[in-house]
Design a protein around this ligand. Structure first.
Ligand code: PEP
Length: 251
């Protein structure tokens, strides 16, 4: 049975001290509660070890926002999946549209990152989604299908089973424009149908598919009520403990 998940993505925000303070605040807000979903915070690399330490006895898991496409070696400034795993992080966001757009991450680069994350025991949170132009041209299904086929659909079933997918329409990220719950449901059902064709019904029913794109405490409940929306990947609203916890409480 698939899990509901609310995952934060802090992006390039918060100094180390601010990040630790935010992690503490989220932990305090959830203490004594049993969230009805898995809770993950995705932090910049330099925060990972400290945030993992801060959250080690809590219900909150930690994700990196990226990892290198090489296992180790002379790649100045890069951070490997093995290094991420050594901090105690359990997840790694891969394929965020900001990485695809600003850092030229291709299907093949992302394919390598997904494999390295899995080899190092990390669960990828693999992001897919179309741009505004692609949606206006009615190409959203083709785009999402190509992103899956280009980077994750050649995984063996047991490896694919470790992946969490996040559907994030690029036009909704950080813009305040949210996909309607019907648009999200339609795409999530399409994604699940592709997984069924590729890996069979059981695995597709077990795959968590998160929605991301201006999700906030006011719209989360309606989005999460849709049968194929298994939670959210939250950017801006994950930077305030109160908003992030309110989204978690939407379940
Ligand atoms: C994201 O970047 O993953 C995201 C969903 O951002 P926001 O919630 O700010 O739109």
């Amino acid at each position: 049975m698939r899990k509901n998940i609310v995952a934060g993505n802090w992006k390039m925000n918060k100094t180390l001290q601010e990040g630790i303070a935010l992690a503490k605040e989220i932990k305090a807000s959830l203490s004594g509660k049993t969230p009805k979903c898995e809770v993950i915070v995705g932090t910049p690399f330099i925060h990972l070890a400290s945030v993992c330490e801060e959250l080690k006895d809590s219900v909150i898991a930690v994700a990196a926002e990226n990892c290198a496409d090489k296992p180790s070696g002379a790649y100045t400034g890069e951070v490997s999946a093995a290094m991420v795993a050594s901090t105690g992080a359990k997840y790694c966001i891969i394929g965020h549209s900001e990485r695809r757009t600003y850092y030229g991450e291709t299907y093949e680069i992302l394919r390598l990152k997904v494999r390295l994350a899995l080899e190092n025991g990390l669960r990828p949170i693999f992001c897919i989604g179309e741009t505004k132009d692609e949606r206006q041209a009615g190409r959203q299904n083709d785009v999402v299908q190509a992103q899956l086929e280009g980077s994750v659909f050649d995984l063996a079933a047991d490896e694919f089973g470790k992946i969490v997918l996040a559907y994030e329409p690029v036009w909704a990220i950080g813009t305040g424009l949210t996909a309607t719950s019907d648009q999200a449901q339609e795409m999530h059902a399409f994604i699940r149908s592709l997984i069924t064709k590729k890996y069979g019904k059981e695995l597709s029913e077990d795959t968590s598919i998160l929605y991301g794109g201006s999700c906030n405490p006011s719209n989360a409940k309606e989005l999460f009520a849709k049968p194929d929306v298994d939670g959210g990947l939250i950017g801006g609203a994950s930077l305030k403990a109160g908003d992030f916890v309110a989204i978690i409480d939407s379940f």
